[in-house]
Structure formats: C-alpha cells, structure tokens
Write a protein that binds this ligand. Structure first.
Ligand SMILES: CC(=O)SCCNC(=O)CCNC(=O)[C@H](O)C(C)(C)COP(=O)(O)OP(=O)(O)OC[C@H]1O[C@@H](n2cnc3c(N)ncnc32)[C@H](O)[C@@H]1OP(=O)(O)O
Ligand SMILES: O=C([O-])CC(=O)C(=O)O
Length: 433
C-alpha cells in the first residue's frame, strides 16, 4: 500500500498537470501518510511548490509556514459538491442544470443521499418535512424574550442551538438518527426565522402549512398570506443556488466542530456563526446596505469610484475560488431583471448592473452569489436582515450533508500553527513587572 502511494505520488510530482482524481488521491495520501498538515496547491498545476513546504525548526520540532486563510489547501475529500474550472456541481450535476430544472427539496435529497429522489422518495421527504416543520413551543417562548433589536443571525444561532435542547435524539450518533436530524433542521430553520421576524414586530408566529414547498412555507409563515407563484419560484431557485459550496468557511466550521464527534446541532450552530460574517453569507445584507446608501443609479459612479479609490471592499464582489466569475451570479442577475420587470421597478437592477460594470471594469472583480440576491430578495419584499438567514435556510442542507459525510469517515481536524511569538521568555513575578 505504501509502495503504491509512493509510486503514484512520484508520478504526480513529475507531471505538469494533475487531474482531479490525482488531487483527491494526494489529499488522502497527505492526510494519511505524510506529516499531517502537509500543504498542497489546489490550482491543478504541478510544480515544485506542490511539495515545497517551508520547514522551520523550533526546539527540534518541525513546523511549517502558515498559508494565510488556508488558500489553496485541500482539507477534506468530499463527494458532495465540486468547483472544477469554475463549474459548480452538486453530486456531479451542473448547477446550471439544477437551477433550471430542480426544486430545492430535490436538491436537498440529492445532497443528503447522493442521488436525485424518485417520486415516492420525494413524497416521503415532503411528509418528513411536514412532520418536523413546527418548532417546539419552548423555542418560540425563548424567541419572545430576545431583545427586539437582536441581530437576525445571532437570533438564528441561539434558536438553533436551543432546538437541540428539545430533541431527545440530539446526542444519538447513529446514521439514521443523524439523517433524521438533518431533515428536522431543514424543516425547522424556516419556521424559526419566520417566527423571529414576526415576534419582533409584536405579531404571533404563523404555523407552517402542510404539503407545500420550503420556499412557499417560508414566505407564507413570514407574511401570513398565500405567496405569489412567481415569488415562490424565485425563492426556490435562490435556495437551489445557495445549497452547497464545497469547503466554504461555514461548511468548514461545521466539519471542524463535528470532527470532535460533537452533535449535528453544534455543527450547524458553528456554521451559522461563520455564515453571519460579511466576508461570507453576511455579504448579501451588506450589498443591500450599499445599494440603499447609493440611493439611485445617478449616484453609482461617484460612490464606486470613491470606494475603490479609498480601497474599500465592494460587497458582493470577489471570491476566494472563482476568479473568472461565480456561476450562480448570472442566474440571480436574470432573476433580478425579471422580477424588476414584473414589478415595474428596475431601479435596483439597473444600479446593480452599473456597479458591476464599474467594479469589473476597474478591478476585474466579478459579482458573487451574494450580489444580485440582494435586489432579488428586496423585490420579493423580504426585510434586508433576513437575507443571510435565508442563505442559512438553503445552506443547512449542505452543512448537514457535510456533517454526515464527516461522521462517515471521521478524523479530528487539528492543523498546526506557525509559532511566531517570543521564545525563551521567563515568568516575571507580578511585583517586578
Ligand atoms: C457566499 C460567499 O461567501 S461569497 C463571498 C461574499 N463576500 C463578499 O462579497 C465580500 C467582499 N469580497 C471579499 O471580501 C473577498 O473578495 C473575499 C473575502 C470573498 C475573498 O477574499 P480573498 O480570497 O481573501 O481575497 P483578498 O481579500 O485577498 O483579495 C485579493 C485582492 O482583491 C481585492 N478585493 C477582493 N475583493 C474585493 C472587493 N469585493 N472589493 C474591492 N476589492 C476587493 C483585495 O482588496 C485584494 O487587493 P490587493 O491585492 O490590492 O490587496
Ligand atoms: O465558497 C465560498 O468561499 C463562499 C461561497 O461562495 C459560498 O459559500 O457559497
């Protein structure tokens, strides 16, 4: 076995380009055979740097130079979603195909079970979602006690953590129990968010409806009214587009948490905390803050020129992995345009297009998934601070699929730090400091 590893490793080392199978192999090889936090580049090019780890010696112990932000580090093998040459797939199916044809429930099933559901499997999932969608009264009572100005993602993080307290199977680590908890979380997140949004306005939560899609139910529970078909369709497609994204920061956080063999609620709570930040999921709300600050299409040019000249980040642009554009953004752009036309208000869409022209023209940065989702959700009359919670409604499918995958072949995730602090320091008694 060791010989086989070495032969393949040497083959890869000598090639100019390595393929995905080789990359996956290398990842496994490196994690099982070499010093455990060995680094490789993930850009597909083989070169000396593939094996070029900068070692330093601290007290005889070999440590490595850190890669800031873990850029290019392959930290897990996964069969859930892939980004290869700028193409995103869920279980091998192109996101463009799924965005055009799949419902969010089909996608969630695909992520959890590795295949598209047949009719009876999809019906079975719908029954389970119906069964679990109601949230324990204890959780609703707690939400009523949250300060009215609580940050929406902080509220979601706390509520999801407390869902565990009402689930007798929270610490059951069997595969069956964890699969069921994944469905439970998927069913309950929309209910929690809609309830929170109503409670803070002094309204009673609306109970979930049975036999309808997650997109429909969320809009229904939020407003108490039957949502328009076009709104349900747009939200459903947005949920499809946000469902999973390989080892993004929140999914990685979830995997790190459960790799200690902690429970699925802890993993999802960690993930919500990571998604909240404006460099990740929180960017969709930050885009809307920017659009509101700009105010109208006439102000776009001066605002963007000024922001770029002052080296401010433009929210919703740039991406760690996609350098030639996020394949999800074009779907959201189209949705933004169509919803604008339907509602007869193209202002946000036109502002967004103008921003894109300027930022791409001047910086070469392309919009990511968060950019056009801001105008889409606003046109759907969703409050700005629910954009990131909506991301979580979708991404909990991916988080839980990754958590299940992590449990299947678990190893504690514990990298090393490159120590750059003082050495040979001595304790100084307090009276001498
Ligand atoms: C669902 C998601 O999480 S998608 C990402 C959502 N986040 C955002 O939209 C926030 C805005 N974007 C960003 O902050 C970044 O592009 C990130 C966090 C997404 C990726 O960050 P990194 O891979 O670390 O790229 P990094 O921040 O090093 O950027 C490289 C260069 O591009 C610049 N840059 C990157 N993004 C932007 C941006 N949105 N606006 C202006 N400049 C930018 C950086 O300032 C940096 O310039 P420099 O080399 O002159 O210093
Ligand atoms: O992958 C990332 O770094 C961020 C992202 O686009 C996502 O989570 O959808």
């Amino acid at each position: 076995m060791q010989q086989e590893h070495l032969t393949r490793k040497d083959k890869i080392r000598n090639e100019k380009n390595i393929n995905e199978a080789d990359k996956a192999f290398l990842c496994l090889y490196l994690f099982t055979s070499l010093p455990k936090s060995f680094m490789i580049k993930s850009d597909g090019t083989n070169n000396e740097s593939l094996f070029n780890v900068n070692y330093t010696h601290v007290k005889g112990e070999r440590t490595m130079t850190a890669t800031k932000g873990l850029e290019g580090i392959v930290a897990a093998a996964s069969s859930i979603s892939s980004i290869i040459d700028g193409v995103l797939t869920y279980r091998g199916i192109d996101i463009d195909d799924l965005a055009a044809n799949a419902t969010f429930e089909e996608v969630a099933y695909l992520l959890w079970y590795g295949k598209l559901p047949n009719r009876s499997e999809l019906d079975g999932l719908q029954k389970q979602l119906d069964q679990f969608a109601a949230v324990p009264q204890g959780v609703l009572d707690q939400i009523k006690l949250y300060p009215k100005d609580t940050n929406s993602m902080a509220a979601l993080r706390t509520a999801v953590s407390s869902l565990a307290l009402y689930d007798a199977s929270a610490n059951d680590m069997s595969l069956e129990a964890n699969q069921l908890k994944a469905i439970k979380l998927q069913a309950q997140l929309p209910t929690v968010i809609a309830a929170y949004a109503r409670i803070r306005e002094g309204k009673e939560p609306v109970a979930p409806k049975q036999g309808v899609s997650i997109a429909y139910n969320f809009l229904y529970m939020l407003t108490g009214n039957e949502p328009a078909e076009v709104a349900v369709k747009a939200l459903d497609q947005a949920l499809v587009l946000h469902a999973d994204h390989e080892l993004n920061a929140s999914t990685f956080a979830a995997r790190v948490t459960v790799a200690t063999l902690s429970d699925i609620y802890s993993g999802v709570t960690s993930a919500i905390g990571a998604l909240k930040g404006p460099l990740h999921g929180g960017a969709n709300e930050a885009v809307m803050v920017m659009l509101e600050e700009i105010g109208s299409a006439a102000n776009v040019e001066s605002f963007i020129n000024n922001a770029l000249a002052n080296k401010h980040k433009i929210m919703g642009f740039g991406h760690r992995v996609y350098k030639n554009g996020d394949p999800r953004a074009k779907h959201l752009q189209k949705m933004s345009r169509e919803l604008g036309k339907l509602t007869g208000n193209m202002e946000l869409y036109e502002m967004s297009v103008k921003i894109e022209e300027l930022v791409t023209g001047q910086k070469g940065l392309k919009p990511n998934v968060d950019f056009y989702s801001a105008s889409v959700y606003t046109t759907l009359e969703i409050p700005r601070d629910l954009f990131t919670p909506i991301f979580a409604i979708s991404r909990v499918s991916g988080w839980s699929a990754h958590i299940l995958e992590q449990y299947q072949d678990n190893r504690l995730i514990r990298p090393r730090a490159d120590y750059v602090g003082p050495v040979n320091a001595k304790y100084i008694p307090i009276e001498q400091r």
